[in-house]
Ligand binder design. Structure first.
Ligand code: GZL
Length: 349
């Protein structure tokens, strides 16, 4: 209602300015009547979520991608637990888009209708957001991107900030470890994440460009999407193993696909982590357990524990503060020598 009243009053003011052409008295009377009508109208306007919640709570709309990986579930749990522990100051409306961009867009439009204070979402793919993000702008609702970004050509004024890891860095780190594991020579296959997702595009860029520039004797035999899921990661690795009999290593854009690849390698009668080296990204507990068991060689962390940063940043935006365009997570690289039972037991996700 707050926003509606402002808009209607603005209209009334605009009207009074354009009505100045007639006699002053008539224009003033008309403007006064219009403002009064606008204010009456505004009294009838439905309250936004922000106003329903008494205005002092931070009302956040979160349009989650889905449940494609253990990493995604860890992010969802962290966000929901944080909001549940802070119900006195936070009101969270959460939507699960089941991996579909159109569902994320629908959820964002609902959040605009509700008049939330801040909209938060991980864009499932980099493109196709201009229209809905322009609607957020027009509604005066700041947008926080989490864990994935949008295509820079769409202009970075379409969102307020991004809270995410550096996915190019993760790809580069995986290539550095790969080069070390293979002693600078070998044949590699690549399991890519969701087609068009910034995390996949950028991890591939980091890995492939480092290998091309620094590892003349490492060949990338093939690269296909496993859509960030364990089942598709296993399926694609099975097809790689049928096609190539000389695979020395696999780079997986996330740990769930690495765990699927391990299953496929075992079923092919080979030893994962030994016959075929395996590197993943995310740092989920399953990867640490596989590394401890000698079935995987490295995971490059990409923390999903972002809730505190998300809600603290959202509160700043509600208060009109400015924040950095990219709030980058700090992540580690976990090779076998760094993974002990104590490290595994201490993992937060
Ligand atoms: C990374 C995130 C990716 C994870 C996957 O920030 O977008 O999506 O690496 C998840 O596990 O599906």
């Amino acid at each position: 209602m707050k926003k509606t009243l402002a808009m209607l009053t603005g209209l009334a003011m605009a009207f009074s300015l354009t009505a100045c052409g007639g006699s002053t008295t008539a224009a003033t009377t008309a403007a006064a009547e219009t403002t009064a009508a606008a204010q009456t109208e505004a009294e009838k306007a439905p309250e936004t979520e922000a106003e329903k919640s008494g205005n002092d709570k931070l009302v956040v709309g979160f349009a989650q991608i889905g449940q494609e990986s253990g990493w995604r579930d860890a992010e969802t749990n962290d966000v929901q637990w944080y909001a549940a522990r802070n119900t006195d100051t936070i009101e969270l409306t959460f939507a699960d888009a089941q991996q579909k961009q159109e569902n994320q867009i629908k959820a964002i439009r609902n959040f605009i209708e509700m008049g939330v204070d801040v909209i938060v979402f991980p864009p499932v793919v980099e493109t196709g957001w201009e229209a809905v993000l322009t609607e957020c702008q027009e509604a005066g609702i700041p947008v926080i991107l989490v864990d994935r970004g949008i295509d820079a050509s769409a202009g970075d004024d379409l969102y307020t900030t991004m809270i995410a890891s550096d996915h190019v860095w993760a790809g580069e780190q995986a290539a550095i470890v790969m080069n070390d594991l293979l002693g600078g020579k070998g044949k590699v296959v690549e399991l890519e994440g969701t087609v068009g997702a910034s995390a996949a595009v950028q991890r591939k860029k980091g890995f492939d460009e480092y290998i091309a520039a620094n590892c003349p004797d490492i060949e990338i035999l093939d690269s296909q999407t496993g859509d960030f899921t364990r089942s598709m990661g296993k399926e694609v690795m099975e097809s790689f193993l049928k096609t190539y009999d000389d695979i020395d290593a696999v780079f997986c854009h996330n740990d769930d696909m690495a765990l699927g690849a391990i299953e496929a390698i075992k079923e092919a009668g080979k030893k994962p982590g030994e016959d075929i080296k395996i590197i993943g990204v995310d740092g989920v507990k399953g990867a640490f357990e596989a590394i401890l068991a000698g079935e995987m060689n490295c995971t490059v962390e990409c923390t999903p524990i972002l809730a505190e940063q998300i809600f603290e940043t959202a509160a700043k935006l509600k208060n009109g503060e400015t924040v950095d365009k990219w709030i980058m997570s700090a992540d580690g690289v976990y090779t076998s020598d760094k993974v002990t039972q104590e490290v595994v037991d201490g993992r937060q996700y």
